[in-house]
Design a protein around this ligand. Sequence first.
Ligand SMILES: *[C@@H]1O[C@H](CO)[C@@H](O)[C@H](O)[C@H]1NC(C)=O
Ligand SMILES: *[C@@H]1O[C@H](CO)[C@@H](O)[C@H](O)[C@H]1NC(C)=O
Length: 393
Amino acid sequence: MTIKMLLHLFLLVNQALADPDPKMDKRKEKPSGYEKLLDEQKVIRRLLASPQSDYDWRVRPRGSLNPNSEAGPVIVQVNKYLRSISKVDDVNMEYSLHFTFREEWVDERLYFASDHLDHIILTPGQKIWTPDTFFQNEKDGKKHDIDTPNILIRVHNGTGKILYSCRLTLTLSCPMRLADYPLDVQNCVADFASYAYTVRDIVYVWKNKDPIQIKDGLRQSLPSFLLSRVSIGNCTSNTATGSYSCLRTELQLKREFSYYLLQLYIPSFMLVAVSWVSFWLDKDSVPARVTLGVTTLLTMTTQASGVNANLPPVSYTKAIDIWIGVCLAFIFGALLEFALVNWAARQDIVRQSYRAKQQANLFFRNENQNMYTPLTSDVNSMHMSINLREVKN
Ligand SMILES: *[C@@H]1O[C@H](CO)[C@@H](O)[C@H](O)[C@H]1NC(C)=O
Ligand SMILES: *[C@@H]1O[C@H](CO)[C@@H](O)[C@H](O)[C@H]1NC(C)=O
């Protein structure tokens, strides 16, 4: 076994380097900073750069230090540090997530043992094998590389453990159900899996301790949402090309209601109340009542279209549609009430005059027959009818 031989050789070399004289005092062995750097350089060169090194970054590691262990998948331990959630876009149904993504696995080929190096750091340029993780619901994204690529690769002493960490900003799709808008709670997920390696080669697991860390103040940082819960899950999927290990982060985003209360609910309620003012106005002041009704109706319509401009055209009814619909119905009702009142008032006049006319006819008929005298209350209308009759004749 070449690996085993290499290990032994390295341990021997290391021993020789670290203990030039076994009789020397233990405390004096501690190397100074410069020697430590030299040591690190030596380790890196031995691991990756030397012509004898049989490291091929295209081949996945066995994932275990134990040479007798059965060939299993590489276990990749993952944790995330959420830094910010920048925009939750209802129209495009997506959100932006900025986080540090950390993966840990064992690459036995990069094993080293040193007495005074806890770990070595590899620069992103040094090619080592890394899991080919991709985010399944990613629409767009970037790896940050100001000033240099924001990537950390650490090889730990004595365990062969690799820590790979990078800073990502991703735009992830988040299908939203807007039936309860704006009282809704959205569950947005971020799934990641290996693109090429099936569960026989790579298995992702969440780190036991703190799989998701959240930056202080992140929960309140979104203007119109509150991050109410962050949970982890498993989304291992079977596709035509095999079964792929997949892990899920689920963010529960609760829409902040206060914004809508101030911007929408109170103003629209006030509009409805204003439309009721017309009930106190005289039924004959037509311009005032019509203007009031039409203006409030138009304002309400404008508000409704303003709300819908920030939403995708969905086929189902949203809670906000019901509210706006009811408000519109009230305002429309007030306008309609005025029209009815006006019409009914005119109808009354017509009916009164008609009744008066009939009574007048009756009166004349009765007078001719000398049988009936009209009631005093009907005298006025009777006179009116008589006048009308005279004019007609
Ligand atoms: C590095 O690992 C080796 C082997 O496990 C151990 O003997 C040594 O003490 C470790 N060195 C440090 C600095 O922890
Ligand atoms: C995820 O689910 C699959 C099958 O549903 C299971 O085999 C696997 O062990 C689970 N992984 C984790 C990390 O729970």
